[in-house]
Design a protein around this ligand. Sequence first.
Ligand SMILES: *[C@@H]1O[C@H](CO)[C@@H](O)[C@H](O)[C@H]1NC(C)=O
Ligand SMILES: *[C@@H]1O[C@H](CO)[C@@H](O)[C@H](O)[C@H]1NC(C)=O
Ligand SMILES: *[C@@H]1O[C@H](CO)[C@@H](O)[C@H](O)[C@H]1NC(C)=O
Ligand SMILES: *[C@@H]1O[C@H](CO)[C@@H](O)[C@H](O)[C@H]1NC(C)=O
Ligand SMILES: *[C@@H]1O[C@H](CO)[C@@H](O)[C@H](O)[C@H]1NC(C)=O
Ligand SMILES: *[C@@H]1O[C@H](CO)[C@@H](O)[C@H](O)[C@H]1NC(C)=O
Ligand SMILES: *[C@@H]1O[C@H](CO)[C@@H](O)[C@H](O)[C@H]1NC(C)=O
Ligand SMILES: *[C@@H]1O[C@H](CO)[C@@H](O)[C@H](O)[C@H]1NC(C)=O
Ligand SMILES: *[C@@H]1O[C@H](CO)[C@@H](O)[C@H](O)[C@H]1NC(C)=O
Ligand SMILES: *[C@@H]1O[C@H](CO)[C@@H](O)[C@H](O)[C@H]1NC(C)=O
Ligand SMILES: *[C@@H]1O[C@H](CO)[C@@H](O)[C@H](O)[C@H]1NC(C)=O
Ligand SMILES: *[C@@H]1O[C@H](CO)[C@@H](O)[C@H](O)[C@H]1NC(C)=O
Length: 841
Amino acid sequence: MAAGRALAALLAGLLAALLAASAQLLPPQASFTISLHKADNTTVTIKLRPGLSPSCRIYVKNVKWSELKIKPGQNVTFTFSCSTPEKYFIAEIQKNIDCVSGPCPFGDVHLYPPGLPRLNRTYIWDVKASTKAGLELKFTTSWLRQIEPGEMCPDSISYNINSCIDKATVNIGTFCRNGSVSRVKLLGGVVMSLHLPWHSPLTTSGFNIANRASIKRLCIIESVLKGESSITLMSPNYPLGFPEDELMTWQFVIPPNMRASVFFHNYSLSNCERKEERVEYYIPGSPSNPEVFKLSDSQPANIAGSFNMSLQGCDQDAQNPGVLRLLFQVVVQHPQVDENVTHLVDLSKEKNMTVTIHSEGWPSHIPLMSEPICLICKDPRTCDRVLTLTSGAVYRISFLCKDLSRLRITAEKGIGCMDIRWCQRKIYSLSVPKAITRLPIRLYKFIWNLLATDLINVEIMSPSLKLQQHVPEQRCNTSYSYSIVSATPETELNVGVFCPGGSIEKIQMRNNITISLKTFGKGFINESVPQDLKMSFVPHIKDECIFTVSPNPKAKVYLQTPNWPYGLPPYVSVSWFIVVPSRQTARLGFSKDRMGIACETGRAYVNIKEELLGAEEVVRREDELLPQPRNMYHNFWVNVSNCKPVDKTQLTLQFWVTFADKQIDLGIILAVVAGAVVLTAIGLTVFCVKKKKKKTQNPMAGVYNSNVNTQMPGKKGLFGKGRQNNESHVYAVIDDAVVYGHLLKESNGTVTPEVDVYRPFDGPMGSLPPSPPPFSFRKDIKRSSVTEEEPLPLTDIDQDTYTFAHQKSGQSEDNGDANKKDEGDTSVPLLENKEEDDLAE
Ligand SMILES: *[C@@H]1O[C@H](CO)[C@@H](O)[C@H](O)[C@H]1NC(C)=O
Ligand SMILES: *[C@@H]1O[C@H](CO)[C@@H](O)[C@H](O)[C@H]1NC(C)=O
Ligand SMILES: *[C@@H]1O[C@H](CO)[C@@H](O)[C@H](O)[C@H]1NC(C)=O
Ligand SMILES: *[C@@H]1O[C@H](CO)[C@@H](O)[C@H](O)[C@H]1NC(C)=O
Ligand SMILES: *[C@@H]1O[C@H](CO)[C@@H](O)[C@H](O)[C@H]1NC(C)=O
Ligand SMILES: *[C@@H]1O[C@H](CO)[C@@H](O)[C@H](O)[C@H]1NC(C)=O
Ligand SMILES: *[C@@H]1O[C@H](CO)[C@@H](O)[C@H](O)[C@H]1NC(C)=O
Ligand SMILES: *[C@@H]1O[C@H](CO)[C@@H](O)[C@H](O)[C@H]1NC(C)=O
Ligand SMILES: *[C@@H]1O[C@H](CO)[C@@H](O)[C@H](O)[C@H]1NC(C)=O
Ligand SMILES: *[C@@H]1O[C@H](CO)[C@@H](O)[C@H](O)[C@H]1NC(C)=O
Ligand SMILES: *[C@@H]1O[C@H](CO)[C@@H](O)[C@H](O)[C@H]1NC(C)=O
Ligand SMILES: *[C@@H]1O[C@H](CO)[C@@H](O)[C@H](O)[C@H]1NC(C)=O
């Protein structure tokens, strides 16, 4: 046992000794010897990075230091107390070069002295020179790229150039490697510094200094651009002020077969007391060198070959000097093949219009330096990325752009009426002028600003194309659409998005109206795309908007309240006037069964009334159920007026209207009347109709609808069932609830008009509830799209009338969630067909 213990102790001791030895070996602190020749006039300072606690020290002959300064002629050997001094220390190597009192040591500048520890280091060359002499810094290994204050270089290697005039220091700029600045010429002294990170392998300064004749200005910066490229440069001291009354020049060396363009991205001017701040260009081949520009001018573009540009300051107001600064870009591109193709834009007959041609995404998207740019030229050398043309003139423009599809046009036109006497009965066409549609540039947006006083309202009409409202059930997919916003200085109401090829013939609106035509996809607005929107000013209207809707036969029209989906603003009322052709009946249904709001102040109403003397008005308050689908035989109004809803409830209403031929129903009406009489007499509640000829059905509904009597007692109807297959064999069961369906006040909210058609559905279904109601929207629409696609046999007219009733029942059953479920697939086929129909007209 004892022997065992002794062995253990021995082993432990050995281990401890080994550990101690290895611990001592761990920091093999290197020692450094720096020996500076007196003649080099170089001082090396190694110091703690400011703000860092001294947890690492410098040892010189066992004396601890936190800063070490080695002066010219000294020879110092030192070590660090830690193994990673680069985390704590920085080195500053300053060399003073005096060219005033002695000869100037020109030539390559070396990184002296050798043998420095690997620390972040800053070499500073402080050159004192006579202001009569010019100094040139020439970059040999890598040309430079100027960076904005605060920007970092990717390799952490940066150059800073300061000029000293009369004891004042001017920051010429901070630069990274890998750019196109090849030379900087300065007057008088210069303080040049080079920052290297501790891990940098760089062993040469990368520049040399040479003596030059006086340059008679603050500095000259030379850039050599090769191939397609761009360079961004800033005035000295940027973003602070360029020195008062100074002059400087940028020289650009451009391959002779390339074109250069200058863009001022950021500038400000000082307050000049005498002289004017300006830029002057020497452009090869220009008859008027130097060309003088204001900083606010569009700068020259498409310059062939090398040129130079000078910035001239002024005598500033001593009290309030202001700041002259400039950040600009020079872009070099190949000549564009169509640079000599000019396009005529004749806006001489237009009024109150501006046309802006710009790049995609402008103005929010600032193109990357690497992206090829597109320039729009008013004349061969006045080009810019954005060109705005105003009405009343003729322009000849050309494009310097490889890919014109990157350009867009945004145009704006104002039409005002401040006195109705001047504008009433005047019809203004809201179509995009040919001068714009002819250009090979895609129209992005055309905005009409319709301005009027409170008492003058706006009416827009689209008599031949008619408008469709963009709703989830019927999405616009034409190549363009109109977004309509009505605004007062305080409020904004988004009336909706509309596209051509629908049922809305007219919209009357209050307030100032902005109509923005926006194009989509590759769809150009050009001469081959029909446009038909007219506008006139009308006297005051009561509602916020009044829509006149005159649908095509067979169309299913969806309409919804403005400001969708955020809700109608408080107290706002909107009306729709639906035109029912004399030989047709319309069926009106709401997409949900309640308004879905609670009023804080006032009441919200939906009013429906046929335009007929003595016609009954259907009125629903926000706390009542909305009407069930109903047939309408004459033109009718749907009016919605809002209260001030309690928080978080918003009035959004959507309804639909379908149409069916009435004429066919005449016979049926008689039949139904007869049938109804019989039914009443016998007390039968159900009768079945095998629908070989659908004529027998719709008319029934018709008869009763004309005697609107909302007091009809509610009755739970029997469920009718029928079947309709592709061959249009339809079976239906109709009971009194069918006939009276629209008359039954939905006292319990569940009565469904019962004309039901059972038909297997073979179209896209989406997510139907597990036990679907006998009918869904989708079926109807599927069917109706089928009927529209196929040449219709005569009997299909019946089918339509039948479908009608069918749709309504489907609708009423789906009621609340019809919206969600039917979104998407329902709308597309209908819309397509309808659009094609309309456009073909
Ligand atoms: C600097 O000092 C070291 C010893 O401290 C010596 O070996 C070296 O030769 C000296 N170098 C010069 C240039 O004086
Ligand atoms: C050294 O430079 C790098 C980057 O240039 C920086 O992240 C680091 O903090 C610097 N170290 C010291 C001690 O200043
Ligand atoms: C060395 O630097 C000092 C301080 O700037 C200066 O006075 C002196 O003339 C310089 N000597 C040489 C040889 O450049
Ligand atoms: C220089 O810039 C080019 C492109 O800007 C880049 O591809 C290259 O890697 C850079 N070289 C260095 C050394 O940073
Ligand atoms: C232009 O200068 C202003 C003020 O210094 C600055 O806020 C802005 O970001 C600059 N814009 C660009 C593109 O540099
Ligand atoms: C600018 O260019 C013109 C013509 O090439 C030349 O005469 C002039 O000396 C240049 N100026 C500077 C400052 O480079
Ligand atoms: C455009 O016209 C100028 C002057 O006539 C000519 O020098 C240039 O080559 C032409 N450019 C092209 C791409 O044809
Ligand atoms: C031109 O537009 C402005 C507002 O954009 C409007 O005030 C003015 O009435 C318009 N002029 C004409 C003739 O429509
Ligand atoms: C409308 O959309 C459908 C499918 O979504 C497409 O087939 C049709 O071409 C579109 N019509 C237009 C005018 O873009
Ligand atoms: C329409 O805009 C004009 C000009 O901005 C303004 O004077 C007028 O009051 C506005 N009209 C309405 C109804 O807000
Ligand atoms: C006009 O637009 C249509 C489609 O929108 C396109 O097929 C046609 O090529 C365009 N015409 C012109 C001249 O751009
Ligand atoms: C609906 O509004 C229009 C326009 O304000 C009005 O002429 C019509 O009488 C209203 N109809 C009903 C039923 O409120």
